[in-house]
Design a binder for this molecule. Structure first.
Ligand code: ADP
Length: 527
């Protein structure tokens, strides 16, 4: 298939004259029957990566997706570009016998180019048996992060996909797609789907038009939010709260203060939810106060602000939720309110869950704390989290956050960085941040005692500075790439080759003072 042809097909089916980002390369890979792995932020144009080759290739492409509403939208859109109703189908348990018969007939007759299925339906024996006998062009696994416990939406049934795919056919090419960029989730996807040789396509996650800001959350948070919304009156915005109760209360508070706001959460009946969503999309109201139930598949391009009344439980969620602002490339203000107390609340929610899940949840929360408390470029922090290098001086959107606009004081910390990395080395890379900081300030605990770290010469050598100082430095050194957190072990700190080089040849390191939000946050960091 030549390039010209692909452009023609793109125009013919979708009316677009250009591919977006990496789309063309991805499509060529699928057409060549090779496995591929696509990591693009929401709105990046992932769907077209499998829709176009599905329309071009012989046979039916199976698209696995967990979101029924999204599947229906896609099927409707595909039907609208074709004279053939059967060009796309959803196969799910809500279909009656005659509908199922029709779907199967359309597939057998080569009419259906895309068959959308939820993972539960794909695992059904009768469906596997049927699909085995059909010409399948390829398999697209949408929202592939659902396969990983490290993703924000783990679904155990995704774990069975590999086995099912093998039963349907041995050499069916696979395309996995996700907007989740953490290296750990990516590794899980490739391993679990058995496509470690897949060609990976990763788009940048930088959103240069978004402005990131974190403010301390105090008793006056509602008043702060009202002031912000009034300053931005007439603009569309989403305010996220953790609980349904808070959503209801805050939307009422906004209403009595003259702001046109509606609540949205899973506790409302579906009619009301749909109505509130429409009101927001049609701009009858300015603000939706919502739990995370709001947002999946919301494609309003001109959301001008996203406020987090409560800090989210991972950087991933923060990125997804703030990502709903400024889709059109225009202004997008992302304001989050942070108090360490909220982190403790989130920790509490996790207790009672399986230990591994708690460990993961805890490690993810620690990153949120680090993000909120850091005073380095927030964009650099986020992109580093997603495995991307960002130049905070010249990168796109470099000045678009509170930390960069109001820089904190910096000072030379070469000697301290050296002591920090030496401490990690001398303790054989067996500790997480907390124990490393405790070792530096000479504070013992059971773990430190059990390794006799309190008897080594280095113990307490950094006690001229306090725990907060060392925790801040550790975070900055992690982002600078001298140390890294090992994910498999839920956060043991290891020395990178760059860190080893630093020990041999220390260079200048300008440390930025961290934010101190409140007493709670400073006390709790290492307690
Ligand atoms: P994702 O699944 O990555 O969130 P979508 O597939 O929903 O993204 O695409 C986001 C938007 O971009 C959609 O409105 C889609 O129509 C549009 N789009 C996709 N590809 C192109 C293209 N080549 N040219 C113009 N618009 C495109």
């Amino acid at each position: 298939m030549t390039e010209i042809n692909l452009h023609q097909e793109l125009k013919k089916y979708f009316g677009f004259s250009q591919f977006k980002g990496l789309q063309e390369e991805v499509i060529k890979t699928i057409i060549a029957n090779k496995d591929s792995f696509v990591i693009m932020p929401t709105g990046g144009g992932k769907s077209l990566c499998y829709q176009l080759p599905a329309l071009i290739k012989e046979g039916t492409a199976i698209v696995v997706s967990p979101l029924i509403a999204l599947m229906k939208n896609q099927v409707d859109a595909l039907r609208s570009i074709s004279s053939e109703h059967g060009i796309a189908h959803v196969l799910n348990s809500s279909l009656n016998k005659s509908e199922i018969k029709q779907v199967k007939a359309d597939i057998t007759n080569g009419i259906t180019k895309l068959l959308y299925v939820a993972p539960e339906s794909l695992t059904k024996e009768e469906n596997v048996e049927f699909l085995k006998s059909q010409k399948i062009s390829f398999l697209a696994i949408d929202e592939a992060h659902c396969i990983s416990e490290w993703g924000h939406d783990f679904r155990p049934e995704y774990r069975n996909l590999r086995r099912i795919i093998q039963r349907i056919g041995d050499n069916i090419p696979i395309i996995a797609l996700t907007a989740t960029a953490t290296p750990k989730v990516q590794e899980d996807i490739l391993k679990n789907l058995g496509i470690t040789d897949a060609k990976t396509f990763k788009a940048s996650f930088n959103r240069p038009n978004l402005y990131y800001e974190i403010r301390p959350k105090t008793a006056s948070v509602d008043a702060d939010i009202i002031r912000f919304v009034k300053q931005n009156s007439g603009k569309s915005g989403i305010i996220y709260c953790l609980s349904r109760k808070r959503v209801e209360e805050l939307s009422q508070t906004l209403q009595v203060n003259g702001i046109s706001a509606v609540p949205y959460h899973a506790g409302l009946d579906s009619k009301k939810r749909a109505k509130h969503q429409d009101m927001f999309l049609m701009e009858d109201i300015d603000v939706v106060v919502a739990t995370i139930a709001f947002g999946m598949g919301i494609d309003k391009p001109d959301v001008r602000f996203v406020i987090h009344h409560d800090i989210p439980k991972s950087i991933e969620s923060y990125y997804q939720e703030t990502g709903r602002a400024g889709r059109d490339g225009g202004e997008g203000h992302c304001l989050a309110f942070y108090a360490y107390k909220d982190i403790e609340k989130l920790e509490k929610f996790m207790s009672g869950k399986p230990v591994a899940e708690q460990e993961i949840g805890h490690a993810l929360l620690q990153e949120v704390v680090a993000f909120a408390e850091t005073s380095i470029s927030r964009r650099k922090f986020i992109l580093h989290y997603f495995g991307e290098e960002f130049d905070s001086e010249t990168g796109d959107g470099a000045d678009m956050d509170d930390n960069v606009r109001n820089p904190k004081k910096q000072h030379e910390a070469k000697d301290e960085v050296k002591l920090l990395i030496e401490t990690v080395k001398k303790t054989s890379e067996i500790y997480k941040s907390k124990e490393i900081v405790n070792t530096l300030i000479g504070k013992s605990n059971a773990l430190i005692k059990s390794h006799k770290t309190d008897e080594i010469a280095l113990f307490g050598k950094g006690n001229a500075k306090d725990a907060n100082y060392w925790m801040a430095l550790l975070r900055q050194v992690l982002v600078a790439g001298y140390l890294k957190k090992d994910i498999e072990t839920y956060g043991l700190v290891k020395i990178t080759p760059k860190g080893k080089e630093f020990l041999k040849n220390p260079v200048s390191f300008m440390m930025t003072e961290d934010h101190t939000y409140d007493e709670e946050s400073s006390d709790n960091i290492v307690s």
